[in-house]
Design a protein around this ligand. Structure first.
Ligand code: 13P
Length: 337
């Protein structure tokens, strides 16, 4: 199939006005941390069981259109012996793959980080395509301080995202481009707005230079939020700052913006998405949540077979409420339903 057509069909399968993306691509150290919180060891079998639970949840495909997987999950099967990417697609959830290899310090820019994994990326993508992946994800991370991100940090991280994105598109894989401005710190919402705008301008400049087709990518941005150690802001204030920045920096050709949750509570992440959708924009405004979808699932499951149904109910609840928020129809009292 023609590469552009392949990309277009994947976008059509992933982007609509009700559904969002589930990020279940925790790397080995991250899933170990998540499991430790429920006193569960991160064995291959426990990871397989947990990720099968997520994808086997009946009805998940009503609210979720794509799932980001970690490498090992592509080869794992559910209890019925079906490969997990096929389980996802049986619910019309497009399987995708995290392809970055985590961050390291950026030389020459104290305090900034840069993401590893470009070496051999095209060869790895070909293997992932054979295993069913139709989209990919790459995350660059931007800590905020008085002096970060630096100009070099803005440039180097944007360059890497663009290099990754064009590599994906040339192979017919839709790139999720994730520049994450972190919530850590005591900066206020204005500082997050300023940094997010700088980051997005640099990212779209690099995407343009590399010839990335904006119609065939998904942006996974942070919301504009005050730092964790600053006062909180209400959803209206967050939505205004977030939409203001995107209108300035994100071309309307990008079909969908799928927010990360970044350490917000599940309820905050849903309420903020709802407020953002009240303002709206030329793009679909949806989710690509990891923690904000999965935290209640892990709490309900506790690694026990007898809790699977409760865990599925917890996942469906968050997925459904985010689907409502995505349409601007969420109300806080729905949390008690
Ligand atoms: P959170 O929603 O937990 O931030 O995770 C999303 C993600 O995939 C980060 O790369």
């Amino acid at each position: 199939m023609d590469t552009a057509l392949k990309l277009q069909l994947t976008i059509e399968d992933m982007v609509d006005d009700r559904r969002g993306i589930l990020a279940a691509d925790e790397s080995a150290p991250t899933i170990e941390k998540r499991f430790a919180a429920i006193n569960l060891k991160s064995t291959e079998e426990n990871r397989r069981t947990y990720r099968s639970l997520l994808l086997d949840t009946p009805g998940l495909g009503d609210f979720i259109s794509g799932v980001i997987l970690f490498e090992e999950t592509l080869d794992q099967k559910n209890a019925a012996g079906v490969l997990l990417p096929e389980v996802a697609w049986s619910q019309k959830i497009v399987p995708g793959i995290k392809v970055d290899k985590g961050t390291e310090a950026l030389p020459g820019a104290p305090g900034d980080l840069i993401t590893k994994g470009l070496d051999g990326l095209a060869d790895r993508l070909k293997l992932y395509i054979d295993k069913g992946a139709r989209f990919a994800k790459w995350r660059e991370v931007y800590p905020i301080s008085a002096s970060n991100p630096t100009q070099l940090g803005l440039y180097a991280n944007a360059e890497r995202l663009a290099h990754y994105a064009i590599t994906c598109q040339e192979l017919g894989v839709v790139p999720i481009v994730e520049p994450e401005v972190l919530m850590d710190g005591n900066h206020d919402i204005d500082r997050c707005e300023e940094v997010t705008e700088q980051v997005l301008h640099a990212v779209f400049q690099a995407l343009l230079q590399y010839g990335v087709m904006l119609e065939h990518m998904i942006l996974k941005p942070n919301m504009v939020l005050p730092g964790k150690d600053c006062r909180t802001a209400d959803p209206g204030e967050i939505a205004e700052a977030t939409i203001r920045v995107f209108r300035r920096a994100v071309p309307a050709a990008v079909p969908s913006l799928n927010f990360l949750s970044g350490g917000q509570s599940p309820e905050e992440a849903t309420a903020n998405l709802n407020a953002i959708n009240h303002l709206g924009g030329p793009w679909q405004l949806s989710i690509s949540y990891g923690r904000a979808l999965q935290q209640p699932v892990l709490e309900a499951w506790q690694g026990m077979r007898g809790n699977v149904e409760a865990a599925e109910i917890a996942l469906l609840k968050r997925a459904r409420l985010n689907s409502l928020a995505r349409q601007g129809h969420y109300q806080a009292d729905m949390e008690n339903d």
